[in-house]
Ligand binder design. Structure first.
Ligand code: XIL
Length: 314
């Protein structure tokens, strides 16, 4: 039993959750993950600032703990993430020379992927490279390169380091059928057309209870599938007020069922990662003031209606 077993019985690869040593050390989290999860994504421990805080000085402790726990418990891992404007150490942001930044990206990707070679199912090689209006996000990467070819550098280095890992481009707010989705799909097509190894696309799916993007979630998945036949829901949560009304709770249940069943109806949607186990540890309240209640277990680790709604979608 458990969500992962249920979804695998219907032909999907996994249900996963984000985790890290901090949450894994809580026995209630660990027990839920053992039963419910087939995949773990490090919530923070493989981000650039965590793993290479100063140049060529690597901090493996938390990432190793996460990887060892996953392996001991038979869970696959989604690596997260290399080229991202956020949680990026200042020594990287300060680089202004293209040749230097190229070798810094190559060294980072190669060193991390080599350490975990054969242990990572899929990597978010790049994350959030678009603004919400569909333009290229300003970052040290886009500024120094002046075009998208920082992605070529990262994906090519990743393929060389661990040819068995699936390489994904990941982003958020792809749910609203606007320029961001259109341009994301086009970028993946362009990358593939020039031989850059992109195997999968990740749609984070940080959603809002009752939002119109949810009934059309399947259409979004269909658009993404025109770019890649491996579409992964990588960071699912559906937030609402941190103390929701009963109608918000029942809408959340409807929404979870809709998202999961949209994935189930499409062979191109291959797996679902939920961004946390319990509302106690969700990232939402710290970023979206007054909001929360976004996950499948409440702050006391009791299963919510959202859990049963997820099951109903499978
Ligand atoms: C979040 C984590 O959940 C937080 O603990 C951290 O403080 C900030 O990052 N998009 C992503 C994730 O790709 O890495 C982010 O995770 C949430 C938004």
């Amino acid at each position: 039993t458990g969500l992962d077993a249920l979804i695998k019985a219907k032909g999907k690869k996994y249900v996963g959750f984000c985790a890290d040593p901090g949450t894994l050390s809580n026995s209630q989290n660990a027990a839920i993950l053992q039963t419910e999860s087939g995949q773990l994504t490090p919530e923070n421990s493989m981000k650039w600032d965590a793993i290479e805080p100063s140049q060529n000085s690597f901090n493996w402790g938390n990432a190793d703990t996460l990887v060892n726990w996953a392996q001991t418990n038979g869970k696959i891992i989604r690596g997260h993430t290399f080229v991202w404007h956020s949680q990026l150490p200042s020594w990287v942001s300060a680089i202004s020379n293209k040749a230097t930044l190229t070798s810094v990206i190559q060294n980072h990707v190669t060193t991390v992927m080599t350490r975990y070679k054969g242990k990572i199912y899929a990597w978010d090689v790049a994350n959030e490279v678009f603004n919400d209006d569909g333009t290229r996000r300003t970052s040290v990467f886009s500024t120094v390169f002046g075009d998208w070819t920082f992605l070529d550098v990262a994906f090519n280095a990743a393929r060389a380091a661990d040819p068995a890992a699936k390489l994904c481009l990941n982003d958020y707010n792809l749910d609203y059928s606007g320029s961001k989705l259109t341009n994301f799909v086009q970028l993946v097509k362009d990358l593939k057309a020039r031989g850059v190894p992109v195997d999968c696309v990740g749609t984070q799916s940080h959603l809002v209870v009752g939002n119109g993007a949810i009934p059309s979630f399947g259409t979004t998945l269909d658009s993404l599938a025109t770019a890649s036949s491996d579409v992964q829901i990588t960071e699912l949560d559906i937030r609402t007020s941190s103390s929701p009304s009963s109608s918000q709770i029942s809408q959340q249940n409807t929404d979870y069922t809709n998202v999961v069943s949209a994935c189930m109806k499409r062979s191109t949607c291959t797996g679902i990662t939920v961004w946390g186990v319990s509302d106690k540890d969700s990232w939402i309240p710290s970023v979206f003031s007054g909001q929360g209640y976004a996950l499948l277990w409440d702050s006391n680790f009791s299963k919510k209606g959202a859990y049963n709604a997820f099951v109903a979608g499978i």
